[in-house]
Design a protein around this ligand. Structure first.
Ligand SMILES: *[C@@H]1O[C@H](CO)[C@@H](O)[C@H](O)[C@H]1NC(C)=O
Ligand SMILES: *[C@@H]1O[C@H](CO)[C@@H](O)[C@H](O)[C@H]1NC(C)=O
Ligand SMILES: *[C@@H]1O[C@H](CO)[C@@H](O)[C@H](O)[C@H]1NC(C)=O
Ligand SMILES: *[C@@H]1O[C@H](CO)[C@@H](O)[C@H](O)[C@H]1NC(C)=O
Ligand SMILES: *[C@@H]1O[C@H](CO)[C@@H](O)[C@H](O)[C@H]1NC(C)=O
Ligand SMILES: *[C@@H]1O[C@H](CO)[C@@H](O)[C@H](O)[C@H]1NC(C)=O
Ligand SMILES: *[C@@H]1O[C@H](CO)[C@@H](O)[C@H](O)[C@H]1NC(C)=O
Ligand SMILES: *[C@@H]1O[C@H](CO)[C@@H](O)[C@H](O)[C@H]1NC(C)=O
Length: 361
């Protein structure tokens, strides 16, 4: 692939395949990138795929299952995660014909030329449960996942994992990690989800942001979490969990293990984790600047692509597939100013900072 359209600054993404065999499929510790499109005047899908290729991105996550993008990814050496949107969930849960149709249109029509490897049903479904409809969607989540998975399986496709990304606001407690738990009001949804994910050997997908934990801790006026600890800087800051004696050198591991222990409390000790979103904003709030964003993402890539895999203190050696949030700044996102500045690239596709992901194992 020619790189003549490559953005000015070097964005070097190189991922290494340390192939780990499990349940007939393989999952490697390649780094993926979220390709969100809530922005005005973003580069076209065709241009965006070129940019991903130039960055040597080997996995991309979409927030829908857009035909144009899936067509453009055909024949490309990029694994793809596609998303069933929240408003499609209840229909699919209620009706096998709708599930079949979804799978036919968005998977069968593109697989295997487009390397679809993950189907994510919904996006942070447990984070907004304010209306009856939200609660219905949460109840319909596992039935929808089951129908999608069954259709995929009936078609003889074995290399696609089905799951759902959840945000850390599902946690009642995260600290110390060994004492963590899910919010009790989510238990009715969480237990069937874990049962299904465990039974199908899929991943528990997490949207996990040390930046937000660090930021909230500061504004809550508590003991500050060290910025080094949040940025995955390997310095002298450590935290020892009093119950397990496990030593934490960064906030991300602490957050991941809090979910490990929360799952364990519900009887699930071996459900694998994947990170569907993580990143650091480069503008718009305390601690949000290009240096910190570059450092977090570079440190993240180094940690997640290490061979052999590092895992977390509670899950040493485990491969954790990881998607950085995000490819572009998205100016149509609501919320605090940082929400519109998570991109490694600005809305016109120019790099905000250099992420050098060239690592030789
Ligand atoms: C992408 O990977 C290829 C082959 O591994 C390498 O030659 C190229 O320099 C890489 N490009 C970037 C921008 O990292
Ligand atoms: C663990 O959590 C419980 C409440 O769930 C709390 O009472 C207890 O103090 C916590 N233990 C530690 C060591 O923080
Ligand atoms: C999780 O799945 C394994 C099989 O992979 C099974 O042995 C175990 O009992 C399951 N755990 C629960 C709590 O259902
Ligand atoms: C902030 O972090 C410290 C140290 O990790 C912890 O003791 C405290 O509970 C946290 N506060 C909040 C509000 O998260
Ligand atoms: C935060 O701490 C400062 C100084 O310790 C204090 O003046 C202020 O009232 C605190 N704010 C809150 C919201 O607790
Ligand atoms: C936490 O960090 C903020 C911002 O850097 C600072 O204003 C505040 O004084 C710190 N609080 C403590 C308890 O160290
Ligand atoms: C870590 O080391 C730096 C200097 O290298 C020092 O200023 C800091 O106090 C140390 N922090 C801890 C928690 O030991
Ligand atoms: C990226 O990192 C690799 C390995 O550390 C190094 O050889 C290479 O020169 C770096 N590339 C850039 C553009 O900084």
């Amino acid at each position: 692939m020619e790189n003549k359209n490559f953005p000015k600054m070097a964005l070097v993404f190189l991922s290494f395949l340390s192939l780990i065999a499990f349940s007939g499929a393989t999952v490697s510790n390649m780094i993926g990138v979220n390709y969100g499109r809530l922005g005005n005047n973003l580069p076209s899908p065709a241009r965006s795929i070129e940019i991903l290729q130039d960055m040597n991105v080997s996995r991309v996550k979409l927030y829908d299952a857009d035909h144009e993008i899936l067509n453009l990814l055909s024949g490309k050496n990029i694994e793809v995660a596609i998303t069933v949107t929240n408003d499609e969930i209840s229909g699919i849960a209620a009706n096998q014909r709708l599930a079949d149709q979804w799978v036919y249109e968005h998977i069968i029509a593109h697989h295997p030329n487009t390397k679809i490897r993950f189907v994510l049903v919904g996006d942070e479904v447990f984070s907004s449960l304010s209306t009856d409809q939200d609660i219905q969607i949460a109840r319909d989540l596992v039935p929808a996942i089951r129908r999608i998975k069954n259709t995929i399986k009936a078609r003889g496709i074995r290399n696609i994992k089905v799951g759902t990304p959840l945000a850390m606001d599902m946690m009642e407690m995260t600290f110390p990690p060994s004492n963590a738990s899910f919010k009790p009001e989510l238990r009715e949804f969480m237990t069937p989800l874990l049962k299904y994910i465990n039974g199908t050997k899929s991943f528990f997908f997490l949207d996990v942001y040390p930046y937000l934990a660090w930021f909230e801790n500061q504004t809550a006026n508590q003991t500050n979490i060290s910025l080094d600890f949040a940025l995955l800087r390997s310095v002298n800051v450590t935290y020892t969990d009093p119950q397990t004696g496990l030593v934490y050198t960064n906030l991300l591991d602490q957050m991941l293990d809090s979910v490990v222990y929360a799952m364990s409390k519900l009887g699930y000790d071996n459900v694998m984790l994947a990170i569907s979103e993580t990143g650091w904003p480069h503008e718009g709030g305390s601690g949000a600047n290009p240096n910190n964003a570059a450092e977090y993402n570079n440190n993240l890539v180094r940690k997640m692509t290490a061979v052999p895999s590092i895992g977390t203190p509670a899950r040493p050696g485990q491969v954790i597939p990881t998607f950085i949030f995000s490819l572009y700044d998205e100016d149509q996102k609501y919320g605090p100013a940082t929400e519109r500045h998570w991109g490694m690239l600005t809305h016109d596709g120019s790099p905000v900072y250099a992420v050098n992901i060239t690592r030789m194992g």
